[in-house]
Design a protein around this ligand. Structure first.
Ligand SMILES: NC(=O)c1ccc[n+]([C@@H]2O[C@H](COP(=O)([O-])OP(=O)(O)OC[C@H]3O[C@@H](n4cnc5c(N)ncnc54)[C@H](O)[C@@H]3O)[C@@H](O)[C@H]2O)c1
Ligand SMILES: [Zn+2]
Length: 536
């Protein structure tokens, strides 16, 4: 699947004072590549400092040199981190270069007041000669639309330390260009998805969230109370006014009533526009708390610490939040991205085996549609269920990264995001026919994947060895590999009721090869019946 941007140059855009020259070298050293400051490169090539170039050749002369140097840097084969000049984006030719597919552009954004403070003592800046704050405000107004036009990822440079900015950039770059981040930092990013970070020794909440801005609230599943209380303590140690709200919740309580309860809790804890909410729990909890955050005060920033396998690799990522109605699942919801999703292996230690299986269907699905690292890793042998196997940490993170990449290319589910429904066409029907709760979602997706692979063999000529391999993984985890006996007569109406069948007739996501999904309509019912026979 496309979407991997590794190999591209990284360009840092933003106003003077936004930290491009500080953050750039940190990014370069983390990625082990070269850093170039565009202003310095222009000076070196011209043999004169910038103020002198402005005096001799005017701004136009300087911009011509700047574009030429940028063009040269972006034509280098080795990926390079380039700190642009603040005004580089003002030249149309430069914007053209920056929207090409050899470069990934990060916009470090900060308000003029903050910038003015930072540049006051900086080196000589020719465009700021008189009344710096006013000048910065004018420049900022003029350039913002231009930065917006070229950027892939926008980060709030005033809210994050240079180290956290660098970490966010590297993480996003390695996930294939994932945007977004903390708080209101996400505005009009052309590609949007949450930032997923692994919990490491050096993780600090305050690098990601402006903890001091206002009181916040941790809403946690009592099943992980001890772990979540650790999160609250940590937040408090880092200077936050962090409230605590335990919420026992199952699918039946994923409801409007629980939303009302949460809104009242937000009032009680005095949350304001600048507050944050952290949801610690499984997918039921993150879906509900995310929707409460989406609606309270027209949208609070939120972060998720998913504590089930399903939530880590799927539910907490992608910004779909919702509650159920008696008439159906997830009927009322919104798109509201968590600013941050923190993956931690520790809470998974208490997760029972059937909850592991409930999430592993998505791991299989992601490996099949992506075909990259994850597929190859699993082909070398799958670890047994349970958090004792250290391999899971990387596998779950990479599964989350597949979703991030897909969502990133298609935030509002128009095209590629449909690939995430691989295995789900039949899975949804199986879940309904066997009654919710009998087969877990992950088990159903495992079976649905085998079904989609069978159809892929017959329709698109997929290698049957893929299905054999996947069936072996499922067996290792104790998940079912044979379909329940089903007649086509019973199955057909349920399949057609699925909301994905709406309008177009039934569609299947099939594979030409591992990593090459495609949407196929018009698979014959005779073939579906043959598949039911073959797999039961
Ligand atoms: N938003 C999305 O894109 C998306 C995607 C997939 C699924 N979902 C939703 O996710 C929900 C299912 O999520 P789920 O599978 O995480 O189920 P869940 O949230 O119900 O959690 C499963 C059970 O595990 C318990 N639990 C959670 N963490 C634990 C831990 N670390 N140790 C022990 N017990 C723990 C919970 O209390 C619960 O009883 C569904 O409502 C589904 O609609 C949403
Ligand atoms: Zn699913």
């Amino acid at each position: 699947m496309s979407g991997h941007i590794n190999g591209r140059h990284i360009a840092l855009a933003g106003m003077m004072g936004s930290g491009k020259s500080t953050v750039g070298p940190l990014v370069a050293s983390r990625l082990g590549c070269r850093f170039v400051d565009l202003d310095q490169a222009v000076e070196a090539e011209a043999g004169h400092p910038i103020p002198r170039l402005f005096a001799d050749e005017g701004e136009a002369g300087f911009r011509r040199r700047e574009v030429a140097t940028l063009r040269r840097l972006l034509s280098l084969a080795e990926p390079t981190v380039v700190a642009l000049g603040g005004g580089t984006v003002e030249t149309e030719e430069a914007r053209e270069l920056l929207t090409g597919d050899r470069v990934w552009v990060v916009w470090l954004d900060a308000p003029p007041a903050v910038l003015a403070e930072r540049v006051r003592s900086g080196p000589e800046r020719p465009l700021l000669a008189s009344d710096p704050v006013r000048r910065l405000e004018d420049l900022w107004e003029r350039r913002r639309p231009l930065y917006r036009q070229v950027h892939h990822l926008r980060l709030a440079a005033d809210l994050l330390s240079p180290e956290a900015l660098a970490a966010a950039i590297v993480e996003a770059y390695q996930q294939g260009g994932v945007p977004p981040v903390p708080r209101q930092a996400i505005v009009a990013a052309p590609r949007v998805s949450s930032l997923v970070v692994r919990r490491t020794q050096s993780f600090r909440w305050r690098d990601w969230i402006d903890l001091q801005a206002a009181p916040g609230l941790v809403v946690a599943d009592p099943a992980v109370a001890e772990y979540a209380q650790g999160v609250v303590e940590e937040l408090r140690e880092q200077g936050a006014q962090a409230g605590w709200y335990p919420l026992a919740i199952g699918e039946a309580e994923k409801s409007p009533e629980t939303l009302v309860q949460l809104w009242h809790a937000f009032v009680e804890h005095r949350l304001t526009r600048d507050s944050w909410v952290i949801a610690v729990g499984g997918g039921v909890l993150t879906d509900t708390v995310g929707f409460a955050a989406a609606t309270y005060l027209r949208g609070l920033a939120w972060a998720a610490v998913p504590t089930t396998v399903l939530a880590q690799v799927d539910a907490a990522i992608g910004g779909k939040v919702a509650v159920n109605l008696p008439e159906g699942k997830n009927l009322v919801g919104a798109f509201h991205l968590p600013a941050l999703v923190v993956l931690d292996r520790r809470p998974l230690a208490t997760l029972p085996p059937h909850e592991w299986r409930a999430g592993l269907g998505e791991v299989v699905k992601s490996a099949l549609i992506d075909g990259g690292w994850l597929w190859e890793r699993l082909c070398r042998g799958v670890p047994p269920l349970g958090s004792e196997a250290p391999e899971w940490e990387e596998i779950l993170y990479q599964t989350a990264a597949v979703k991030v990449r897909v969502v990133n290319q298609d935030p509002f589910e128009r095209h590629q995001r449909m690939y995430l429904n691989f295995g789900h066409t039949l899975a949804h029907a199986l879940e309904q026919l066997s009654g919710y709760g009998h087969l877990s979602h992950g088990e159903a997706v495992g079976l649905g994947s085998l079904a989609a692979l069978y159809l892929s063999e017959r329709v698109l000529g997929l290698d049957p060895a893929v299905r054999t391999t996947v069936a072996e993984w499922l067996k290792t985890w104790g998940a079912p590999t044979r379909l329940p006996r089903l007649s086509l007569a019973a199955l057909e109406p349920v399949l057609m009721r699925d909301k994905k069948a709406r309008g177009f007739g039934l569609q299947w996501i099939l594979l030409q090869a591992v990593g090459r999904p495609q949407v196929v309509r018009g698979v014959s019912w005779t073939l579906v019946e043959e598949m039911l026979q073959a797999l039961s």
